[in-house]
Ligand binder design. Structure first.
Ligand code: MTE
Ligand code: HPA
Ligand code: MOS
Length: 765
């Protein structure tokens, strides 16, 4: 089935925040943010701004009726600066004017005097100074100290992975509208309507039932709107609270890039030990997470780094420690993969280092150590693994040996173009790592004309969750999908929702919908059973007709619905779902946190131009464990998007903050994201239909985040291509591998090494 949004998307009719018709009298907000990364506010001057045309009001910390606090996991983040600024871009004042232009012009007239304080941007320095968001955590299995002695080979190293800008097409924004009796309705471009509701209530000091949050869909989130949509929604609500007028704020791209957090950069150390058969016996890792100035979701992201530190491999002795380090950058936040990719990069780097030192193919080590069913993860859960199935199928289906030969031949035949290849096996745990967040509700109404309306906590952000939920209802009722409407996500209809995140949205909300539909279906069938004087078990609904013992009756869906209504039997259901069996003991760092895991293997090939350092990805060939996909088109879309986003992170997207904590890459002219030309020439996706029992909706496994991990292979393919040109290249494990870095690694070592004095000489040799 096509994504149900494709029709309105194509016609430009899909409603995003900026498409909501505005009410007469709407005002526009703009935020004045800190130009300094760390300091104490001496004075704030707003008088000139107040005199600007159209300015209605300027709010500061003094105007907050409740708590000046938006921190979710740790209460350490102010909505508006109190005394100290902690990052460039931290909101200091909220200005409201008659038009958007007036607001943005007036904001320039605000000035602030800040006494600067020392700025930390490096997580390792923050850790040395004791600037930690939460105490460090360690995951352990076996005994690494004892294991080193049994290792034939031991390698150590360090890695860096940079941040990543979400670049959702729709920037952050919200529109708050006053209702009667002090209620505020907030249209928010958020992945987490309940987070917005809860935080607005806290800041305004009013009960949650006074805040209605409504989201039709969002123009992408990628994790960036799991927590950080809240700021802008609460800003609008604050102004509405005081002015009793509708207030809208839709951020410009540069405001968004400057003021919001990104994927967490990590700096990490590893030590890996292998036996003579190349089995990994021991692995130690230390992760320094650059959390930015406040916790935001960093503790949860850090936790997922630990959960995924051994990636798709079984390692019997592991010790991994993570530090969430407070720096003076905008608080970093959720981003597709949620810390998992950062952890997995490190073990892949460790394997690459071992392979390079032993002059063997990294794939040999990767393959020998893939997880098998029954293997224990460092956190205690036992794997139900598809890792070997995916790997073996990829090797066979895409003829790895032939691919390798083609690359060898190409590299021998070409002097200034070189190809590289890497395999990337993945394993990603599905569930919120915080167990309590794994719950969802669905409200299903069957109307008397036979049409159906569904509300859940799921937010549609392009990932197709609404289509999947609609498919659940269409399948259970066995009715035409056109009869079903998925309603907006609204906190008045569905309460206490978890954000749409962790790739689990379709599983959680889909299963709640399944339960609700089944409850209604049972009541409908009972009505039919009574009418046809038979048992409930004899009744079946097929393609909108009632069947008794396999015989079609004269009753269709509509007639059955009406008969049920006439009998005064409920045609509505509100259902609750939570996956059984998941748990985690924080005191032991052991448990069974994930409903299941998603596996896959990608083979990635790249060609570099050794004169220019630029490169093109020839192909990404994937065997992915979809379980039993309920929507192949949507799932392919998620794979392709994830792969390209992952490649972008690993190769071209380079976030640069200067020492003063200013974002230098604050626009699309300085921050390069993948475009159509940088997409691999071929992306092949093979559906491994795995029939093993799992907790996925209709056994169709979660697909939102895992494919991003294939992008890690792009880094290692590039490395191998560089090595084909310059075997001596000492390439630091420092992602992204931009064309500049490729060029340097092609030549730098050679220049350093020898009597060669110029790149020209290198090329001549
Ligand atoms: N796909 C699109 N088109 N837009 C998005 O914002 N977010 C990703 C992924 N795929 C995203 C996306 C992230 S970070 C997550 S967690 C999942 O979708 C969330 O949706 P799901 O739980 O329904 O998979
Ligand atoms: N994934 C995504 N978002 C989250 C998680 C998680 O595991 N935990 C809390 N928010
Ligand atoms: Mo996704 S990072 O869990 O929103």
């Amino acid at each position: 089935m096509k994504n149900i949004d494709s029709y309105t998307h194509l016609r430009g009719e899909s409603v995003y925040l900026d498409d909501i018709p505005l009410i007469n009298g709407t005002l526009y907000a703009a935020v004045f943010d800190s130009p300094v990364a760390h300091g104490k506010i001496i004075s704030l001057e707003t008088r000139d701004a107040m005199k600007m045309p159209g300015v209605v009001s300027i709010f500061t910390v003094k105007d907050i009726p409740g708590e000046n606090q938006i921190g979710g996991i740790v209460p350490d983040e102010e909505l508006l600066v109190g005394e100290h600024v902690h990052f460039c871009g931290m909101p200091i004042a909220l200005l409201v004017a008659e038009t958007e232009e007036m607001a943005r012009l007036a904001i320039k007239k605000i000035s602030v005097e800040i006494e600067p304080l020392p700025v930390i941007t490096d997580p390792r320095i923050a850790k040395e100074k004791g600037e930690l968001i939460i105490p460090p955590r360690t995951f352990k299995i076996g005994d690494t100290t004892a294991a080193w002695a049994q290792c034939e080979y031991v390698f150590e190293g360090s890695t860096e992975t940079n941040g990543q800008e979400h670049l959702y097409i729709e920037t952050q924004g919200a529109y708050a509208v006053p209702q009667e009796n002090g209620v505020i309705k907030i249209y928010s471009s958020t992945q987490g309507p309940t987070v917005v509701q809860r935080t607005a209530a806290r800041v305004l000091n009013i009960p949650m039932h006074q805040i209605e949050v409504d989201t039709t869909r969002i123009g992408g989130g990628f994790g960036g709107k799991e927590d950080q949509a809240t700021t802008w929604a609460v800003m609008c609500a604050l102004a509405t609270y005081h002015l009793k007028r509708p207030v809208k704020y839709s951020l410009q791209r540069m405001e968004d890039m400057r003021m919001t957090g990104k994927r967490h950069p990590y700096s990490s150390d590893f030590k890996i030990g292998l036996d003579k058969d190349l089995k990994i016996l021991a692995y130690e890792a230390t992760f320094y997470q650059n959390a930015g100035a406040a916790a935001d979701l960093s503790p949860a992201v850090m936790e997922r780094t630990l959960f995924h530190c051994t990636s798709s491999y079984f390692v019997p002795n592991v010790k991994a420690t993570a530090y969430s380090c407070r720096t003076h950058l905008p608080p970093n936040t959720a981003f597709r993969g949620f810390g998992g990719p950062q952890g997995m990069f490190v073990i892949e780097a460790a394997i690459a280092k071992a392979a390079e030192a032993l002059s063997i193919d990294a794939a040999v080590i990767q393959q020998k150590n893939l997880l098998h069913t029954g293997d224990e993860f460092p956190y205690g859960q036992k794997a139900v693994s598809e890792a070997n199935e995916c790997w073996n199928k990829a090797v066979e289906l895409y003829d790895l040996e032939k691919l390798k030969k083609e690359i060898r031949d190409f590299n021998e035949a070409n002097k200034f173009y070189k190809k590289g290849l890497a395999l990337m096996p993945i394993c990603f745990g599905i569930s919120f790592t915080k167990t309590l967040m794994n719950q969802a509700r669905s409200l299903v109404h069957v109307y008397t004309d036979g049409s159906v309306g569904i509300s859940t906590g799921a937010v549609e952000m392009g990932q197709g969750v609404n289509t999947k939920i609609l498919q659940v209802a269409a399948t259970i009722f066995s009715i035409d999908p056109a009869k079903i409407k998925i309603n907006t996500t609204n906190t008045y209809r569905i309460a206490n929702t978890s954000p749409s995140a962790a790739s689990a949205t379709a599983d959680l909300n889909g299963k709640a919908t399944e339960i609700a539909c089944n409850a209604i279906l049972t009541r409908l069938k009972q009505v039919a059973a009574d009418e046809f004087k038979t048992e409930l078990s004899s009744v079946e609904l097929k393609e909108e007709w009632v069947y008794i013992n396999g015989e079609k009756t004269g009753w269709d869906w509509k007639k059955l619905v009406m008969a049920t209504f006439v009998k005064r039997i409920s045609l509505s259901e509100h259902a609750h779902y939570t996956p059984a069996h998941i748990h985690f003991d924080l005191t032991k760092e052991k448990g069974h946190p994930f409903a299941y895991h998603v596996y896959g293997t990608a083979i990635i090939t790249v060609t570099i131009d050794c004169l220019r350092g630029i490169y093109e990805f020839d192909s990404v060939k994937v065997v992915h464990d979809f379980g039993n996909s309920m929507n192949m088109m949507i799932d392919i879309g998620q794979c392709e998007g994830g792969i390209v986003q992952g490649i972008g992170w690993m190769t071209m997207e380079e976030i640069v903050y200067d020492k003063e904590g200013n974002l230098r890459t604050n626009a699309l002219s300085t921050y390069k994201v993948p475009d159509i030309y940088s997409v691999p020439k071929e992306i092949a996706i093979h559906f491994l239909e795995t029939q093993k029992d799992n907790l996925a909706i209709f056994r169709s496994k979660a697909v939102g985040e895992p494919p991003l991990l294939y992008g890690l292979g792009a880094y290692f393919a590039l490395r191998n291509a560089v090595k084909a040109f310059n075997p001596a290249a000492a390439i630091p494990f420092d992602a992204p591998m931009t064309p500049e870095k490729v060029l340097m690694s092609l030549y730098l070592q050679r220049l350093k090494d020898s009597s060669i004095n110029s790149i020209k000489e290198v090329m001549e040799k």
